[in-house]
Design a protein around this ligand. Sequence first.
Ligand SMILES: [Fe+2]
Length: 184
Amino acid sequence: MKEIILQKLNISSGPSGRAIAQPMDNALVEALFHHLTMERSASSQYFSMSLWFLEREFRGFSSFFKNESLTEQEHASNFANYLIARGQSVVLEEIAAPKQDWNSIEEIISYSFQMEADVTSSLHQIYSMAERSSDTRTNVFLDPVIDSQTNSEDEFAHLLGKVRFANNQASAILIIDNELIKVK
Ligand SMILES: [Fe+2]
């Protein structure tokens, strides 16, 4: 009897063939793929910054950026996991080579802050798209992601403030570098 009832249920499948409770809007899925690419690009960019610092004896900054790179990879995995949970087949787009030439530490931290702000803007856009297509699951998924993104902006704003205050003085920069070793 139970089997007969199950056969009558019409369960939809997503592009990956997995069962889905609610289909996703195509534009929303595309935006999530694009965001996943942004997270992978950020990971690659932070990895290159980590190497820039390592080449110049700044082991604290280097370990800080290496950790940031790993964190961004985790964020990318988080989006991939979510898309798979929603029955999507994840498309991994090409990512550009990271920027490797920098004129100053302040330039690197400023670039990082802007990158975090761009990631936050992307999340806000996806959040609005999810609301427009009544995809509450996506909004609930994004809530903690956006919260943690605000913390990342705060972290980079703080680091940028300290680096600006140090004003390229070697002793002050080395103190910050030492603090970043202790953090990890
Ligand atoms: Fe991220």
